[in-house]
Design a protein around this ligand. Sequence first.
Ligand code: NAD
Ligand code: TDX
Length: 332
Amino acid sequence: MGRILVTGGAGFIGSNFVHYLVDHTDHHVTVLDKLTYAGNLASLSGLPESRMTFVHGDIADPELVDELVASVDAVVHYAAESHNDNSLHFPQPFVHTNVIGTFTLLEAVRKHRVRLHHVSTDEVYGDLALDDPARFTESTPYNPSSPYSSTKAGSDMLVRAWARSYGVEATISNCSNNYGPYQHVEKFIPRQITNVLWGIRPKLYGDGRNVRDWIHAEDHSSAVLLILEKGRVGETYLIGADGEKDNKTVVELILTMMGQDSDAYENVADRMGHDLRYAIDSTKLRNELGWRPRYGDFEEGLSATIDWYREHEDWWAPAKEVTEAFYAQLGQ
Ligand code: NAD
Ligand code: TDX
């Protein structure tokens, strides 16, 4: 049995990964999370104490991080400020957590010679034209657009440098847009599902032509565990499930699946610098490590996600009003 430190394990993808680890391995998990507005202990409820220990703290706190890293065999690093819209209006926490926080972790894994998996995003590559036949690969040059994606790009660069210069045993993954249970209602898919559940019209930025490459969070978890166990140290792996859809199509699907007219949404102000299209080529992960997504069918995963939000209003309702009030100020 191994001991794994999961940073950001009370957030959306981190909590999905903690559940996945407990269900599929014998590892003991320590979660380090600052419980920002995006962290929610309720996302970890029901996990046995014998398998998971929760520590409340900041990944940029060097003493705490040093002590925790010294006691584990591996670190899987999810903690981040993750929302583009917030980053455009309040960039400082993005620099603190994504850059200084990752630096703090790197110094601790270097000192204690602990294996690190760094979780990143396809947004570091910038965006693609709608008609570009190309998709992102591990060798696509970095070209981030927002304070969020640029601080994630910075964190990836730090990991690469610590691997090369200090021999830190690190892998990196860059994944496409996730959906699934425990995602904060600020994000596109849960925002629209919960809008419909509360009788609010879904809100589409701009003309809705922007394309995102959707993957279920459980498929992201299975890929990260495989990379942690079998990935080659020093390598980057792109994670994606061939799920490209434009935003208008996704909103229309949500409305139809929830029994509404497909045009019962509003077009609202566009995001500043809005990336047009993301698309992942995950051939390396599939060929080298044999990874396959379980949710090959987006509509099946979306339907399960709609059911989850219907059944868990107690989980999302406390954040809904304040989130919508923020968007209303932005005209979104
Ligand atoms: P999230 O915002 O839902 O969760 C982030 C978690 O990190 C929260 O629990 C928060 O409390 C915690 N946190 C924030 N600052 C912290 C700090 N200084 N110290 C300790 N904990 C802190 O984010 P998410 O969507 O689950 O994303 C998790 C990771 O996956 C991020 O690194 C993100 O860049 C990456 N990623 C996300 C997506 C996506 O579609 N959401 C896609 C690819 C990669
Ligand atoms: O109400 C909305 N209406 C809308 O049209 C919201 C919240 C979003 N959008 C659009 C913007 C994007 O084109 O939907 C798309 C998805 O938006 P987000 O959910 O904010 O995700 P995105 O900006 O694509 O980034 C996400 O995927 C990559 C995560 O938030 C990042 O953490 C991850 O790195």
